[in-house]
Design a protein around this ligand. Structure first.
Ligand code: PHE
Length: 350
């Protein structure tokens, strides 16, 4: 490969200073080889807008693999609104930037459709949809499939069954302990579902205001740092990505890691390091696919929510198969997942 190797290059990236908001907006379309690119709209703080661009490039590329592994006829994309440190959005500024993002998406003529992500929800999709029809997960009363976070959480639980079966020889979650790092939309659901099955729980969030969620679930509240290194069976990353670094791995005390956070590994080689430390890492691109599986089944393929949920449950089989393949071939789950995704994209190319 040379620097002119464009094989994995993005198809289209738009960087725009929003005309209404003045805020930096990046829409990255990684691939439409399998169909329309999909991926959420993230509104988050970055030291510099270029960091938002870097994030959008990485997140959209991961979405291509996520769609391929989920068996969807879609490619990967992402929208990132990069907020300067300390900047907050009042209702008017939020509308302005969502309309700015909507205009960029409209200009892509259907090559890309957005959805909720970190910092956005179903109501924001209604606002984006005032500028473009290509927005998933509007509330049901507004013609969409509704909040995807509960469906993503269902997929995480399915993945945890597969991970526990592979690692501990039993899919029974009640006998296990979990550290849930991040109690946002998805993490909050996951914590509650794990509490419902009687699992032993540790939880943390940067926002002290979410401690109530942990208390209600009967989870021990810790600092994010202590949650990361908690002595539990499974660590469940449910906040921002990049937490699994070469520095962090030797401090981990869990036996397995599976959660919905996107891009958990800071660099691909960290998957090998986890493997060397005998920690089973379930690829986030499989674990986190419940939201897109449900939304596309209902909104693009006119399935019922029950049919869509059955597909989300299929994440358990997809992951079990990847974990088995990795074990049989002596590779990491990350490598097995990546090679299956590449294979699907190559063979499915329109
Ligand atoms: N945040 C979702 C993800 O990372 C994005 C999404 C959800 C896109 C639902 C479309 C529909 O997978």
């Amino acid at each position: 490969a040379t620097h002119l190797d464009t094989e994995s290059m993005h198809e289209h990236v738009v960087i725009r200073r929003g005309v209404r908001s003045g805020l930096p907006i990046v829409v990255a379309v990684h691939s439409t080889a399998l169909g329309q690119a999909i991926g959420g709209c993230r509104i988050a703080h970055y030291p510099h807008w270029r960091d938002g661009l870097t994030d959008a490039l990485r997140l959209s590329a991961a979405m291509s693999d996520k769609c391929a592994l989920a068996g969807l006829p879609n490619g990967g994309g992402k929208t990132v609104v990069a907020l300067p440190p300390g900047r907050t959005l009042d209702a008017a500024a939020r509308r302005a930037v969502l309309h700015d993002a909507g205009d960029v998406i409209a200009g892509l003529d259907g090559a890309y459709a957005t959805g909720p992500d970190v910092g956005t929800g179903p109501d924001d999709m209604v606002t984006i949809a005032e500028r473009t029809p290509h927005a998933f997960c509007r509330p049901v009363h507004a013609g969409g499939s509704g909040d995807s976070s509960g469906h993503t959480a269902v997929g995480v639980l399915a993945a945890l069954h597969a991970v526990c079966a592979e690692r501990f020889g039993s899919a029974d979650l009640s006998a296990r302990s979990f550290a849930v790092l991040g109690l946002g939309r998805v993490g909050g659901h996951v914590l509650r579902m794990l509490a419902d099955v009687g699992a032993t729980l540790v939880a943390a969030d940067l926002d002290e205001g979410r401690r109530m969620l942990a208390d209600t679930a009967g989870a021990a509240w810790t600092s994010p740092q202590d949650c990361l290194t908690a002595d539990v069976d499974v660590l469940v990353p449910a906040a921002l990505g990049g937490l699994l670094t070469p520095h962090a791995v030797p401090t981990l005390r869990c036996a397995a890691i599976a959660g919905p956070a996107n891009n958990q590994l800071d660099i691909p080689a960290t998957a090998d390091l986890l493997h060397q430390h005998d920690i089973l890492w379930a690829p986030d691109i499989i674990v986190s696919a419940g939201g897109i599986i449900h939304a596309t089944a209902v909104e693009l393929h006119q399935e019922t929510s029950a049919q869509a949920t059955a597909r989300v449950q299929g994440i358990a089989d997809t992951l079990a198969d990847i974990l088995r393949t990795a074990r049989a071939t002596g590779s990491t789950p990350a490598a097995a997942a990546r090679s299956r995704a590449r294979h699907r994209i190559e063979h499915g190319r329109r």
